[in-house]
Design a protein around this ligand. Structure first.
Ligand code: GUN
Length: 288
């Protein structure tokens, strides 16, 4: 059996088309959606990600403000920058690219972002709303994964979904989104025992380990017809790879997403969607 490829480029394009229409409508109402990005240091992967985010904004008509900072940027300076972005009415979304250098406190930094401009959905406020099924701004990679299921009409009701990741950025928000779709969600991590046995029970496996020297999700680990979403993206032997070998896993899966060209483009598309949502929310607030 050969499954269906879940093509992130195609699905992201459909999201971007919708976002572009929403941007055009906001502009007609006098709102120019604008995303501010904050990048500290010169991590090459982060630099590429931020560049791609700017390019995507441009494609749909979202303005960007770029804050590229030296790796010596202090916590005090970071707090001041976030405060100024929070108070800047021309800015609707704030994204602090992660990871941050060691000397900066991730929690302090993210928590300082105004929840209404938190287009990454990572502030404690928005994380709490997500757990209560009330979030307007949800972390981009997890909501992109849900968009992939929706595009292919993959119903999660009563399905066993195994998540191999427990991070704030991926595993935890996905847990809530999947639970809200009535899935039975099992969250696995580096200390999980019998991972293979657990994966073999899964109707859906979502994997985000990102270290091929430690882990590969091989076809033996999934059941026939499982859905496999590969969220990882890492360099291995000079190539960009995920946690699976797509050509092999697709032989056994009913649906699978490749790397590159899977979840990656979805993350960017959902960031654009969140920026438009934030601009609309702010506009609503301004009216009150
Ligand atoms: N680093 C890797 N993925 C992300 C993301 O979705 N948002 C931010 N802010 N940083 C990241």
């Amino acid at each position: 059996m050969t499954g269906t490829k879940i093509d992130g480029n195609i699905i992201a394009k459909s999201v971007k088309d919708r976002v572009k229409k929403a941007v055009d409508e906001l502009k007609l109402q006098g709102v120019n959606p604008c995303l501010a990005t904050v990048l500290v240091g010169d991590n090459p992967a982060s630099t590429t990600y931020v560049r791609n985010k700017h390019k995507a904004c441009e494609e749909v008509g979202i303005l960007t403000k770029d804050h590229k900072l030296q790796s010596t940027f202090s916590q005090k300076e970071m707090n001041e920058l976030i405060d100024s972005l929070n108070n800047d009415y021309s800015i609707h979304g704030i994204l602090v690219q992660l990871p941050l250098p060691e000397h900066l406190d991730k929690f302090e930094t993210i928590s300082r972002i105004s929840p209404i401009k938190d287009v990454d959905g990572l502030t404690p406020h928005n994380v709490g709303l997500l757990a209560m099924k009330k979030a307007a701004l949800v972390a981009c990679t997890p909501s992109g994964v849900i968009e992939m299921f929706d595009y292919h009409n993959i119903n999660l009701d009563g399905k066993i979904v195994v998540l191999i990741n427990r991070s704030n950025l991926i595993g935890k928000p996905l847990y809530h989104l999947l639970l809200a779709r009535n899935a039975t969600v099992i969250t696995c991590h580096s200390k999980t025992k019998n991972l293979k046995d657990i994966c073999q029970t899964a109707d859906v496996v979502i994997t985000a380990v990102g270290d091929r020297t430690k882990f590969t999700l091989i076809p033996d680990m999934i059941k026939d017809g499982a859905v496999v979403i590969d969220v990882a993206i890492t360099q291995h032997n000079g190539k960009l790879v995920g946690d699976t070998d797509f050509d092999k896993i697709i032989e056994k899966a009913s649906f699978a997403s490749p790397v590159p060209g899977g979840v990656g483009p979805m993350t960017v598309a959902m960031l654009l969607k969140n920026t438009v949502t934030a601009a609309s929310l702010i506009k609503g607030l301004a009216k009150q």
